[in-house]
Design a protein around this ligand. Sequence first.
Ligand SMILES: [Zn+2]
Length: 159
Amino acid sequence: MGMQCGACGAQGMVRFRNENFDVEHADMKVTVEGLSGWQCAQCEEVVFDADSAHRYAVAGDALVSRVRRDEGEEIRRIRQRLGLTQVQASVLAGGGPNAFSRYETGKARPIAAVRNLFRLLDAHPALIRELLPEHVSTKAASRPAMRSKRGRTDSVPVR
Ligand SMILES: [Zn+2]
């Protein structure tokens, strides 16, 4: 008689050794090699041995940190390109005045709507003016809108 499955209650969990498991988070994946433990033949629940459980958890934490850092750097790059302060970006996207400080340092992850908004603004930076008509960007954001049909760069009166 084998170990009982804590998930489904079936008897007879099967021993496995030295197998690879993937950890996935936000479209990223890492493989943790050489894990051992027990797997339920009925519901496929996995119970790792203590050492394997620790290694799997550490790999998961590292992946979450990496995703947050990468996303934080992306958000910062786009915000700076748009010529927004962290507070301005937070007012625009919501989440409180410190939201972008937390996003950019990886302490928090912006919701998908915020990530997608900033990716769209990265592709079409001039659209920042649709959201903030008074905003005068120092960078690429305002350039396309200032170009006349002849390709000259006209001076535009400040609103
Ligand atoms: Zn089970």
